[in-house]
Design a protein around this ligand. Structure first.
Ligand code: SF4
Ligand code: SF4
Length: 83
């Protein structure tokens, strides 16, 4: 996930709402004079809670990785092709 510090108003709602507590407020001030939130860099599950609670539409972006599918064996692939 990423947080655009220029769009963040520093309300801290996402910090309080994040289930694994992987968000924090930056010690420095942004251009608007507030402590913008940031990702600590660990434990984000991609749940999206921070995105939904944030009052600033452009501040938070959450990315989700597609689940990796195990490679099919030849028999499984032929069976799937007939379904
Ligand atoms: S997506 Fe979920 S786990 Fe990740 S930072 Fe946002 S609230 Fe926390
Ligand atoms: S909820 Fe949004 S505006 Fe508030 S601190 Fe988090 S990113 Fe910034």
């Amino acid at each position: 996930m990423t947080i655009d510090a220029a769009e963040c108003k520093g309300c801290g709602v996402c910090v309080d709402a994040c289930p694994p507590h992987c968000l924090e407020l930056r010690p420095e001030l942004n251009a608007y004079g507030v402590h913008a939130a940031r990702y600590t860099g660990e434990s984000c599950s991609g749940c999206g809670v921070c995105f939904y609670v944030c009052p600033e539409p452009g501040a938070i972006t959450v990315y989700r990785l597609n689940a990796l599918r195990p490679a099919r064996t030849g028999v499984e692939a032929r069976h799937a092709a007939t379904l």
